[in-house]
Write a protein that binds this ligand. Structure first.
Ligand SMILES: Nc1ncnc2c1ncn2[C@@H]1O[C@H](COP(=O)(O)OP(=O)(O)OP(=O)(O)O)[C@@H](O)[C@H]1O
Length: 587
């Protein structure tokens, strides 16, 4: 039988390389190839023009003694204009290509993450996933929009300058060719160390991101546990780890740049001394010497952007691997070619087993039939598998053994959206989405629902007075993570959200933490006001309203050991009796 637990068992990909990066960019970022090629060509033109300008300057200087040529100035002006236009246009086109590609990649990632199956989220931390969408895609953006074109221009500049230098003076060029490899001996190993450091910075920054998401999200818990000190220390340690790597990085860069500058100065010094001698002996014109100097700079300066490309590629390959891991994880199979489930009349668990991990069964031999319109309470000790049982109904997971049928047909034959559309699910952790109350109530709703209907439902759950007090009514913003709404109100809003889609099965995972007795009573009363043909399964944590449920399922260690009404369970089920008495003793 198919299970969705694929992400954790995924085989690690073979070593990642530039080819994977290219594949990722081509298949998911869809860069505008035409614009990119035009951008590179214009960049090529701009670099060639720069080299040409130097050559013209040489002619200009050498023509000084014979009076300046107006025609030469005109040509120089024209080339400068072309160079300016080409660099502006290429810079825009390449950056635009990068922005466009990274936006496409981010959207693809976002959409893919939305469609990942629940088990994927069981195994991956929120902060890490958000870091993939934001930080790792930025690394790819930098590569496409600047580092890549800088390096290509650098190579053109190096090759062009070198060729022109060779044409101007062979021996001077040879001297430069001795200095440059010396620089490479310093740049390349330092570049590798820098790459390792920036990889570590990236990793630690992602960790900080994920820790920050948790720290902010769990702020109430932290305060409740008076854990501020420990958490501050944890944050400081994490920040210090990044600082440690960053300091090493700036130390290296601080040394690298001046060393390179000194080597550049040394090269210029040699050129001036040796070139000066050549000028004196008329073996070289002053114009050629100036041009030579400029070419030397044009050749040496881009060296770091060329070697920088290697570093950038290494970093981006790391980001690629992480993004690929997400994109390669299979999306939830929504079984869109299956049948549409238009109502739920019966649900049959036929000797169903399920475990999140194959060797640890959580549900054991569940054999159960639920009929339309039943009001069921599901109770049992914490960890006995209640939430897991209803998660199977939501098709978040599939049974590892046995059969789960709806209307006498295997659940696997129905499309997943049609199953979920028939189920109103109110989970224990009720989260509201950012937006207005209306946005929240209509989340995922494809049909327009009149405000009167929403108000009627809000009245039904006892929120009419609360709504009337809000100045903007249904348009009130619920605030981030729904903090402006109390736990009980949140749960009742979630009930309305579930009812708006007119489900045939309502599942309520009662939130013990946020519900006081009064609220719980309200929820129980609400069940009585629901349409008679709406089946409800309520996971009940406190039993003070348990008599209201005609059918109670008692779960122990993944099995249903009791199935009946309150009186019959009290009479026949020892554990239920203990459970009931224990709860009552504690009020
Ligand atoms: N996503 C998951 N991955 C792995 N194990 C899980 C996962 N969710 C729950 N479990 C385990 O499955 C078992 C049953 O959990 P479940 O949440 O279904 O119990 P429950 O009866 O609803 O508990 P409670 O009343 O505390 O909500 C527990 O041992 C739990 O640790």
């Amino acid at each position: 039988m198919e299970t969705h637990i694929t992400s954790s068992a995924k085989q690690p990909h073979a070593k990642y390389g530039t080819r994977d990066l290219l594949r990722l960019i081509m298949t998911h970022a869809h860069p505008k190839k035409g614009l990119f090629v035009v951008g590179i060509l214009l960049s090529f033109v701009a670099t060639i023009c720069s080299l040409g300008i130097t050559l013209m300057l040489k002619e200009f200087i050498d023509a000084f003694n014979h009076g300046t040529s107006g025609q030469l100035l005109l040509r120089l002006g024209a080339v400068i204009v072309v160079q300016l236009f080409a660099s502006v246009a290429s810079s825009f086109l390449l950056s635009y290509t990068g922005v466009d590609a990274v936006s496409t990649l981010r959207s693809a990632l976002w959409q893919h993450i939305v469609d990942l199956p629940i088990p994927y989220f069981d195994h991956n931390r929120t902060g890490e996933l958000s870091s993939r969408v934001v930080n790792d895609t930025s690394t790819i953006f930098e590569l496409i929009s600047s580092q890549f074109s800088n390096a290509i221009n650098g190579i053109i500049s190096i090759v062009g300058s070198l060729t022109l230098m060779l044409l101007l003076n062979f021996r001077l060029t040879i001297i430069i060719l001795i200095v440059v490899p010396l620089m490479a001996v310093i740049i390349v190993p330092m570049g590798q160390v820098l790459a390792r450091i920036s990889k570590a910075i990236q990793k630690e920054t992602a960790n900080l991101n994920s820790a920050a998401v948790q720290m902010i999200g769990q702020n109430r818990l932290v305060k409740a546990m008076v854990a501020e000190k420990a958490l501050k220390q944890q944050g400081k340690d994490q920040v210090d780890r990044i600082k440690g790597f960053s300091v090493r990085q700036i130390k290296l860069i601080s040394v690298l740049n001046p060393v390179l500058n000194i080597m550049l100065l040394a090269a210029i010094f040699i050129i001036i001394v040796y070139g000066g001698i050549l000028v004196q002996t008329n073996a070289l014109t002053i114009g050629s010497l100036v041009a030579f100097l400029m070419y030397a700079v044009q050749m040496i300066s881009p060296l770091s952007s060329v070697t920088g490309l290697v570093t950038a590629l290494q970093q981006t390959v790391g980001a690629t691997e992480r993004i690929d891991n997400i994109l390669d994880s299979p999306e939830e199979d929504k079984r869109l070619s299956g049948e549409t489930l238009s109502t739920i009349n019966t649900v049959d668990f036929d000797h169903v087993d399920f475990g999140y991990e194959s060797d640890k069964p959580v549900l054991k031999d569940i054999d159960l039939t639920i009929h339309r319109g039943e009001r069921i309470a599901l109770i049992g000790e914490s960890g006995s598998g209640k939430t897991t049982l209803v998660s199977l109904l939501e098709a978040y997971y599939t049974p590892t053994r046995g059969e789960l049928d709806v209307n006498g047909q295997t659940m696997a034959s129905y499309t997943i959206p049609s199953i979920r559309n028939q189920i109103g699910y109110v989970s224990q952790e009720v989260d509201l989405m950012p937006g207005t109350i209306r946005d929240n109530l209509l989340l995922g709703s494809t049909e327009s629902v009149p405000d009167e209907q929403l108000s009627a439902l809000l009245t039904q759950v006892g929120l009419a007075d609360w709504l009337a007090e809000l100045s903007a009514g249904l348009d009130t913003d619920v605030g981030e993570r729904g903090l402006n709404v109390s736990g009980g109100q949140r749960q009742r809003l979630a009930i309305v959200r579930a009812l708006v889609r007119q489900p045939s099965l309502l599942i309520l995972d009662e939130a013990t933490a946020s519900l006081d007795n009064q609220n719980q009573e309200r929820v129980t009363q609400l069940l009585a006001t629901l349409p008679a043909d709406l089946t409800t399964i309520t996971i009940v944590h406190r039993l003070n309203q348990i008599e209201a449920y005609p059918r109670i399922l008692f779960m122990e260690d993944g099995r249903i050991t009791g199935d009946g009404d309150h009186e019959s369970l009290l009479a026949t089920h020892e554990r239920y009796r203990d459970f009931y008495r224990l709860q009552y003793q504690h009020g």
